[in-house]
Design a protein around this ligand. Sequence first.
Ligand SMILES: NC(=O)c1ccc[n+]([C@@H]2O[C@H](COP(=O)([O-])OP(=O)(O)OC[C@H]3O[C@@H](n4cnc5c(N)ncnc54)[C@H](O)[C@@H]3O)[C@@H](O)[C@H]2O)c1
Length: 336
Amino acid sequence: MLNFGIIGCGNIASVHAETLNQMPDAKLRACCDIETSVGENFAARYQCQFYQYYADLLIDERIDAVVIATPHFLHHEMSLAALAANKHVLCEKPMAIKLEDAREINAAVQKSKQIYHVCYQNRFNLAFVKLKKMLNENSFGSLHGVNCSLTWHRDNNYYSANTWRGKWATEGGGVLINQAIHSLDAICWLIGKPQRIKGTILSSLLSELIEVEDAAIATAVLENGPPIVISASNNYSTNPSPAIDFDFEGAAIRLTNESLIINEQEIVLDEPKATIAGKSYWGQGHPRLIRTFVNEITGQTDELIPYLPRLDAIDSLALVCGIYQSHQTNQWVELV
Ligand SMILES: NC(=O)c1ccc[n+]([C@@H]2O[C@H](COP(=O)([O-])OP(=O)(O)OC[C@H]3O[C@@H](n4cnc5c(N)ncnc54)[C@H](O)[C@@H]3O)[C@@H](O)[C@H]2O)c1
């Protein structure tokens, strides 16, 4: 039995707790939240031990693995502390808010015997898994370009419910680091990390409310030339599934969280879609990612283990930070 602790008992924590408690070989044993009433309610709901301070959860010897589900600025120190305490780590996205902090985590992971992954659950959407397999088989010829677009709705209610959002110091950015980062992860994972990027950010409808960007546009370039066009906005009226279009020599491909369309033909996916806890725009991937994380730790065979976002989780953060830097300098940023 793999015993888990969750650090941060907010919105996303229930998706992790409910998934873990449905698994025969994993169990949520402890939770931690700096807000005692939030943590105690969560502990009562999931029948686990409550800690106010994460250092106390990390010295609980019953705990084998932790989920980090706290505000972005805490991911760096909590990941390092959890690895140092010999816990396996599943950290919610992003890895960190600064690239040098993410590099420090990767260095610690490489020295550690523990398993560390970042929760880019969309990789485990059936459409993403199917396309990854097809790309591995090199089915479509050369790539001419990629177009990635996210238009979502985030408003006063969203930002005022959790005050760490909307601030550079605690969220680390806006629509790019919080929402579009999933699509940027998908691009890097599916076709490779771009070589350089140039982009700009702006704040428009939400500028009275937040100090970070509510929209962004950028162009990235892969080593062998194809452009990747990236656009993101939190100013739309609703939350359609983000779309990534791939213009291959032999195929026009549209990937969304739920569908894979190749040359206007929708590909039939292998399993029916399950209903899971949480908001629909979080997608269906969390249970499959968590299952795969547990399988890797417990030594089960699972063909999805190589898809888990490990050291390469830094690539999407490099794109985000590259756009922020490019906005400041109005120059291309090399993504070394
Ligand atoms: N993968 C996804 O699709 C997805 C979806 C939603 C959120 N997230 C990520 O999950 C993380 C949490 O987001 P959320 O929406 O659940 O936020 P939230 O604000 O609802 O929850 C965060 C919790 O962390 C607690 N916390 C803050 N400081 C703490 C500390 N020092 N020690 C312990 N607890 C502390 C807060 O009190 C709060 O309850 C973020 O990284 C976010 O980007 C991911």
